[in-house]
Design a protein around this ligand. Structure first.
Ligand code: 6PG
Length: 240
């Protein structure tokens, strides 16, 4: 794992750096493999980044978009990560509908939808069950409790290591989430975290020793590149 930590002055600078990194990895992926695959995170931090991507003139037909996690709500629900990304970016550009690999959340059974999405991912990547295909980029946020994607502290999802997708649990509410081994298979994992409220969790995540199940972002140790983009407020006490 190649880990770097960048502390940017503020959120706009963090977003600009995130955009630079994504555009660079996108160009390399398309040049080398003819397509670029990126999994998006939800929450509030990435929204300006998605808006910035939506302002670019890119080969949209070669770009495939996934979500590292999704709330278990319809795609038109205000809490939907898909809705946020569509409004900020995807509905503003000519990306083919087939390139938007939304998480199914309509069967009424999260386990069924997680299994369906797993099949979809394996078919798209041509991977066999039990094998972890390699996304080019996985974007992640981190909650104040050190959760990432929908891998919440002390939940069953943290123990799932034989699948790409599983059911997360936030305060009893189901979520659909990538598993940590699938995230770790990515070529690059980019965390975006901003705000002083992230400091206590970051201290634990960056600590030499702590309980991975209490601070799930510690489970993210990609085979490829791990990049933390922090603003000054979040990264103040870290010694990168
Ligand atoms: C979600 C996200 C989640 C998010 C963190 C940080 O569905 O909410 O995927 O993991 O990244 O909660 O959220 P903020 O960026 O809003 O702090």
């Amino acid at each position: 794992m190649n880990k770097t930590v960048e502390i940017l002055p503020d959120l706009p600078a963090l977003v600009a750096r995130g955009l630079d990194l994504i555009l660079s990895k996108l160009a390399t992926a398309i040049q080398e493999r003819g397509q670029f695959s990126i999994a998006l995170s939800g929450g509030s931090t990435p929204k300006p980044l998605y808006e910035a991507i939506g302002n670019q003139n890119l080969p949209w037909d070669k770009i495939h978009v996934f979500w590292g996690d999704e709330r278990y709500v319809p795609a038109d629900h205000p809490d939907s990560n898909e809705l946020m990304a569509r409004r900020a970016w995807l509905d503003r550009v000519a990306i083919p509908a087939a390139n938007i690999h939304a998480v199914p959340t309509l069967s009424g059974n999260p386990t069924v939808d997680a299994a369906e999405h797993e099949k979809h991912l394996q078919a798209f990547f041509g991977s066999a069950p039990g094998k972890f295909p390699q996304l080019d980029v996985v974007l992640l946020g981190m909650g104040d409790d050190a959760h990432t994607a929908s891998l919440f502290p002390h939940t069953e999802a943290l123990s799932v290591s034989d699948r790409l997708v599983t059911v997360g649990n936030k305060d009893g509410n189901p979520r659909i989430t990538f598993t940590y081994p699938f995230i770790n298979a990515a070529r690059s994992v980019i965390f975006l975290a901003a705000g002083a409220n992230k400091r206590p969790a970051l201290a634990q995540v960056f600590a030499p020793a702590a309980d991975d199940f209490a601070y799930p972002s510690r489970l993210i140790k990609p085979q490829g590149e791990l990049i933390w983009l922090l603003d000054q407020a979040a990264g103040l006490e870290l010694k990168p």
